[in-house]
Design a protein around this ligand. Structure first.
Ligand code: C2E
Ligand code: MG
Ligand code: MG
Ligand code: MG
Length: 273
């Protein structure tokens, strides 16, 4: 297509591509230093039990403070994954979550903290065992740290994931299937998955109760989960009406801007108080 516009366009495109590659290389170099420079931080978003409207936990969401600009994970997690840095950063996330749980406990705030785990981390042999050692090494019991794995990651290698989830579950870690509904689970597998809860992707929570298709999807998901003995968490709850309808449908927990956006730990603490 570039040829139609003559040589100039071709040059323009390649310059853009070059700039993109350059920007990526630069980001990657910066990311490599970000850990040592302690530029990563965790934001926390409340998880609320719908029945009681009590905050029962928090999800830790990674951020990068790049010279004062707070960069969201979508912008840099793919790069971390490409460059293998995801393993070190993933470990940092767990340590930091443990540290935060301890700090909050010492202040009388008793919360479980859920960390997100990249599928690449789980591909490492003995992931579950290493994960448990990491937590115990931080002086944490297993009750306070929870694990979120996306449905698509689980489906990539179901048999292996079942083994990993089994070990975590036996050790007392609550596990969640994140972004549920976007990753083509089969019901046969769902029944076999030793997880605590399904997190219904916010794509399906969007627009309920007016969006009837989504409402039916959420309803069906809650019921399937129930029949398999799993809890449900609704993601992306933005209105009181959504929270109420979800509660009526029997959904157990919710997260979303209605209850609270992800915020730095100090802000989360004042939110809790
Ligand atoms: P996720 O685990 O599904 O996290 C939920 C995302 O939805 C968060 O985006 C959160 O800010 C956003 N969200 C929560 N409530 C609402 C709402 O009511 N409305 C809308 N529009 N959005 C809402 P965030 O923090 O940008 O994270 C994006 C994704 O990055 C996460 O999706 C997770 O997959 C990944 N991620 C975050 N932290 C980590 C981490 O430490 N390790 C790994 N491997 N992935 C992470
Ligand atoms: Mg998550
Ligand atoms: Mg999610
Ligand atoms: Mg999501």
């Amino acid at each position: 297509r570039a040829k139609e516009f003559g040589g100039n366009r071709t040059v323009y495109y390649s310059e853009t591509a070059e700039r993109e590659v350059f920007e990526k290389v630069k980001l990657r170099t910066e990311l490599r230093r970000a850990l040592e420079r302690e530029e990563f931080l965790l934001y926390y978003q409340p998880k609320v039990e719908l029945r009681t409207e009590k905050v029962v936990g928090a999800e830790a969401l990674l951020r990068w403070n790049r010279g004062g600009e707070i960069v969201p994970p979508i912008k840099f997690i793919p790069l971390l994954e490409e460059s293998e840095l995801i393993h070190e950063v993933g470990e940092w996330v767990v340590r930091e979550a443990c540290r935060q749980a301890q700090e909050w406990r010492s202040k009388g705030i008793e919360l479980s903290i859920a960390v997100n785990v990249s599928p690449l981390q789980m591909k490492v042999p003995l992931f579950a065992e290493s994960f448990m050692m990491l937590i115990f090494g931080c002086g944490e019991g297993s009750g306070s740290i929870e694990v979120e794995i996306t449905e698509s990651a689980v489906m990539e290698d179901v048999e292996r994931m079942i083994e990993i989830l089994k070990i975590l579950t036996v050790r007392g870690i609550r596990t969640y299937i994140d972004d549920f509904g976007t990753g083509y689970s089969s019901l046969a597998y769902l029944k076999k998955l030793p997880v605590y809860a399904l997190k219904i992707d916010r794509e399906f929570v969007k627009g309920i109760p007016q969006d009837e298709d989504n409402l039916e999807i959420v309803k069906a998901t809650v019921n399937i989960a129930k029949s398999f003995g799993l809890k449900t968490v609704a993601e992306g709850v933005e209105t009181r009406e959504q929270a109420e309808i979800l509660k009526e449908l029997g959904c157990d927990y919710a997260q979303g801007y209605y209850f609270g956006k992800p915020v730095p730990p100090e802000e989360f603490e004042s939110y809790i108080r």
